[in-house]
Design a protein around this ligand. Structure first.
Ligand SMILES: Nc1ncnc2c1ncn2[C@@H]1O[C@H](COP(=O)(O)OP(=O)(O)O)[C@@H](O)[C@H]1O
Ligand SMILES: [Mg+2]
Length: 315
C-alpha cells in the first residue's frame, strides 16, 4: 500500500503555492514533511486527501496503491478516507463534534468500517479509548469534547482516525497545539500505533526535533518546492540545504551526538527515532520530555476544571 506523489502543483488564483512536489511513501514507511510556516505542507496533505478548499486547484499525480486518486469524485474520496487513509489535524476541536459524546464519535468511526450496532460501537469505543491511553476510558466515553483537555482531545481524534484501521495515517502538526510535555506522549503513541499496525505515516511538522521522534524519512519544503529529501538520520547528520540547516539549528542545539558515528542509516535512524535517551537533551525541547519519558495521561493534582489551556486535566 504505497503512496506516490508526483509533480504535485497547487494553485490559488493562478499563483502556484506548491510546485513540482514529488515523494514516495512505501508500505510501512514513516515520512515527515517539514518546512517553515507557509511552505505548502498542509495544502500538500489536503490535496492527497482530496480536501482542498474551493478555489484551490491541484494538478500532477497522487497514486495510492498504483491508482490515481487526484481528482477522484468526492464519493470515492470519502470512501478512501474512511477505509484506507486516516487523518489527524493540528487542532482536535475541528475534528470533533462539540455536541456529541466522544464515545459516540469514536463509535461512529468504528461504524464507518464495520457493520456493528450503535451499542456495540460504544463498547468498541471504550476499547479504542483505552488503546490511545485515555484515562478512565469507560467514564471518558460519556464526556463531551469541551470537558477534555487539549491532549485528551487529540487522543480522541487519533482514536477516531485509527478506529477505521487505515493503512496510511496523515497527521498535520498533530502536537503543535499541545504543551511540550504532552507532545512526547502523543508522538510516542502515534509511532507505536503505526509501527505495530504496520501502517504508513505522513507526518507534517515545522519542528525537526518532533519529526525525528516519529519519522524515518523526511521531505523538506521551502516555498512550495522540495529542497531536500532523504533519511532522517542523514538529514540530521549532514543537512545539505540552508533550510534544513536552519531547521536543525532551531530544533535543538545538539540533537545529534557528534561523537557517535553510525555505519548504516538504519542504525542511525534507530538512534534518531527509537533511542531518545541517547540524544543530548536541550532545554525546553520536546526531546526533554521524551528523555524524561513524559507521561501525559496521569491527571495532575489540583482543582479539576475543564480548561483547554491545561494539558491533561480530567474533569
Ligand atoms: N485557502 C487559502 N487561500 C489562500 N491562500 C492559501 C490558502 N491556504 C493556504 N494558502 C497559502 O498557501 C501557502 C501554503 O499554505 P500551507 O500549505 O497552509 O502552508 P503550511 O502548512 O506549510 O504552513 C501559504 O502561502 C498560504 O498563505
Ligand atoms: Mg500547515
Amino acid at each position: 500500500m504505497s503512496l506516490e506523489v508526483s509533480d504535485l502543483r497547487i494553485e490559488i488564483g493562478g499563483r502556484p503555492v506548491v510546485d513540482g512536489v514529488s515523494f514516495v511513501v512505501p508500505d510501512g514507511a514513516r515520512v515527515g514533511i517539514i518546512g517553515e510556516s507557509g511552505s505548502g505542507k498542509s495544502l500538500t496533505a489536503l490535496a492527497i486527501l482530496g480536501l482542498l478548499p474551493d478555489g484551490v486547484r491541484a494538478s500532477g499525480s497522487v497514486r495510492w496503491n498504483g491508482r490515481e486518486i487526484l481528482g477522484l469524485p468526492d464519493r470515492e474520496l470519502a470512501r478512501l478516507r474512511g477505509d484506507d487513509i486516516g487523518m489527524v489535524f493540528q487542532e482536535p476541536r475541528t475534528a470533533l463534534n462539540p455536541i456529541r459524546t466522544v464515545g459516540r464519535q469514536i463509535g461512529e468511526s468504528v461504524r464507518i468500517h464495520e457493520r456493528v450496532s450503535r451499542r456495540e460501537a460504544l463498547v468498541r469505543a471504550v476499547a479504542e479509548a483505552e488503546r490511545v491511553a485515555l484515562p478512565d476510558p469507560e467514564r471518558i466515553v460519556s464526556r463531551y469534547p469541551h470537558q477534555l483537555s487539549g491532549g485528551q482531545r487529540q487522543r480522541v481524534a487519533i482514536a477516531m482516525a485509527l478506529a477505521c484501521r487505515p493503512r496510511l495515517l496523515i497527521a498535520d502538526e498533530p502536537t503543535t497545539a499541545l504543551d511540550v510535555t504532552i507532545q512526547a506522549g502523543v508522538l510516542a503513541l502515534l509511532r507505536t500505533f503505526v509501527q505495530d499496525a504496520g501502517m504508513s505515516l505522513v507526518f507534517i511538522t515545522h519542528d525537526l526535533a518532533v519529526l525525528a521522534q516519529v519519522a524515518t524519512h523526511a521531505v523538506v519544503l521551502e516555498k512550495g518546492r522540495v529542497v531536500e529529501q532523504g533519511g532522517v538520520a542523514d538529514l540530521l547528520r549532514a543537512p545539505s540545504s540552508p533550510v534544513t540547516q536552519a531547521l536543525l539549528r532551531d530544533a535543538t542545539a545538539t540533537l545529534w551526538h557528534p561523537e557517535r558515528s553510525h555505519p548504516s542509516i538504519s542504525d542511525a535512524v534507530a538512534v534518531a527515532v527509537d533511542d531518545a535517551p541517547t540524544l543530548a537533551p536541550a532545554r525546553g525541547s520536546s526531546l526533554d520530555a521524551a528523555v524524561a519519558g513524559g507521561d501525559d495521561t496521569a491527571p495532575p493534582p489540583g482543582p479539576a476544571e475543564p480548561d483547554a489551556t491545561d494539558p491533561e486535566r480530567t474533569p
